[in-house]
Design a protein around this ligand. Structure first.
Ligand code: MEZ
Length: 490
């Protein structure tokens, strides 16, 4: 696709960005941001190496922990011969938003569908997403403008065809979610409350207070449980099965409670396994759920699929730095979008709180490296997020009403964000890259589709808030459509 479709919007966003640089903050341009993180945390994101398995053309730098897993031996016992235990048309691997959206998309297809998840249905990064979902529904907005924000924010490394599909599918996806029962916060205009996010040029983020992902997953889960999909819980996919001629034909599942191996034969396999933040590269704290261990990357890699942009992970600027029990947990970007400033140990602002995530994260790391952060009793560093400011700006009670999850979590440890600021530091949040897919969600291997965080290309090397919740809905459902049009014969 040529970028003409969104050219004017890209120009507009670039102009806005240039104007923002005139603020009195150090110019941490996006290109410098990753470098800054690397310079000050060489152990965390600089510890990378190349991987190569057989004829696999994957190159680029991979985090050490991930490289080790990609190159590890098959977990199956030597000499294991897959026998067909379950036969189905479609096997979905992953029980988060993308997997369930795919299952719902297959509901009236007449195909038999099994969904395998290594935890329970719904345990996923989807439920960890707090601040909202993006879609171009505001009065001054358009899919082109959404595209431009995400494209400039992603350093122009986004796959433009995938991104165009995401942005055009935003409004109908919100309608679909509302019809299923998602209760977005209402706004003054009778529609939804639209908020800003880091890098959005107009308000575009819709939320369910500060538990948007949890609400979306609740609704998806209720919807899918009433349908025809068969669920295989506590079943981790440990190897894909192929026909010896390059066609993926199923997967071997390992029951995490009994250790029993089950082979599922399928005409189509959809990978929806999410990200890898729980690999906690070099012990970096993470906002991810416990199952985010890169399983889909490993399965696809062993089938010689290309992986893209895995040198690039997202460090969310505001993970909790204190108390220790919450270290790494998300403090939603919406707090900043509502007006909370970030201040160093001297009480000074040092970054535009709503610029791109990688820039804000780099600025915080820079403050710590320059000795202007606060040391916690547990040896961490943090800067202040001035949460009480929200009630001053927007009226008393705003924080309690819009961010109940945040308040509940901190209050358990004696910290009341209505009255006192909270300490934050970047946290490993999102796998920007992943398995290469085409616009039909097909990987390079026939029989194997992928959707959601396990895939790479859509967000370039820096994702904007709320584009991941949209991604799982749009591409989960698209994978379901694509499977129906391209289903291989058995
Ligand atoms: O998309 C996200 O990462 C998100 C919604 C995070 C947040 O800060 O709430």
């Amino acid at each position: 696709m040529s970028l003409d479709w969104a050219a004017e919007s890209i120009e507009h966003v670039n102009r806005t960005r240039a104007a923002r640089k005139n603020e009195n903050f150090p110019d941490l341009s996006e290109d410098d941001a990753n470098g800054l993180i690397r310079a000050h945390h060489p152990d965390y994101v600089g510890a990378e190496r190349q991987v190569k398995v057989g004829a696999n053309a994957n190159s680029g730098e991979f985090p050490l922990e991930l490289a080790a897993l990609l190159e590890s031996d098959s977990p199956l016992p030597a000499g294991f011969e897959p026998k067909v235990d379950i036969e189905t048309d479609v096997l979905i691997i992953g029980g988060g938003g993308a997997g369930v959206a795919a299952a719902l998309g297959l509901e009236n297809s007449g195909l038999t569908v099994h969904l395998a998840t290594k935890l329970r249905l719904g345990d996923s990064n989807t439920v960890m997403a707090e601040g909202g979902i993006q879609a171009a529904l505001g009065p001054d907005d358009s899919p082109q403008r959404h595209f431009a924000d995400a494209y400039v924010g992603g350093h122009g490394k986004n796959d433009p065809d995938l991104l165009k599909i995401l942005c055009e599918s935003g409004p109908p996806s919100i309608l679909w979610l509302v019809q299923l029962g998602v209760m977005f916060d209402p706004g003054d205009n009778g529609l939804f409350r639209m908020k800003a996010g880091g890098g959005t040029s107009v308000p575009r983020v819709m939320a369910c207070r500060d538990y948007t992902g949890l609400e979306i997953m609740r609704v998806l889960r209720d919807a899918v449980m009433g349908g025809g999909t068969k669920f295989l819980e506590n079943e981790a996919a440990v190897e894909l099965v192929d026909d010896g001629n390059g066609q993926v034909t199923g997967a071997v599942l390992w029951n995490t409670e009994t250790g029993k191996l089950t082979t599922v034969s399928a005409r189509a396999v959809i990978l929806a396994t999410g990200g890898s933040g729980q690999l906690r590269f070099q012990n970096f704290p993470t906002s991810n759920h416990m199952g985010a261990t890169g399983d889909g990357l490993i399965l696809a890699y062993r089938q010689h699929c290309s992986l893209v942009h895995l040198e690039s992970y997202q460090y969310h600027p505001s993970g909790a730095a204190y108390p220790e029990a919450l270290a790494g947990q998300l403090v939603t970007e919406s707090i900043r979008a509502s007006g909370a400033q970030i201040l160093n140990a001297k009480g000074e602002r040092f970054v535009n709180e709503l610029t791109y995530r990688d820039v804000v994260a780099a600025a915080i790391i820079n403050e710590a490296a320059e000795g202007r952060a606060v040391a916690t009793p547990h040896g961490r560093q943090g800067v202040w997020l001035d949460t009480p400011m929200i009630d001053l700006l927007k009226g008393e009670g705003t924080l309690v009403k819009q961010f109940p999850g945040l308040i509940h979590r901190f209050k358990r440890y004696g910290i009341d964000p209505v009255r006192q600021p909270v300490l934050i530091y970047p946290t490993l949040h999102y796998q920007n890259g992943g398995v290469k897919v085409d616009t039909q969600c097909r990987t390079e291997r026939p029989g194997l589709w992928a959707a959601g965080e396990v895939t790479g290309g859509l967000h370039g090397t820096n994702r904007l808030m709320g584009n991941s919740l949209l991604d799982i809905i749009v591409f989960g459902r698209r994978a379901a459509e694509s499977v129906q049009s391209n289903l291989p014969e058995r």
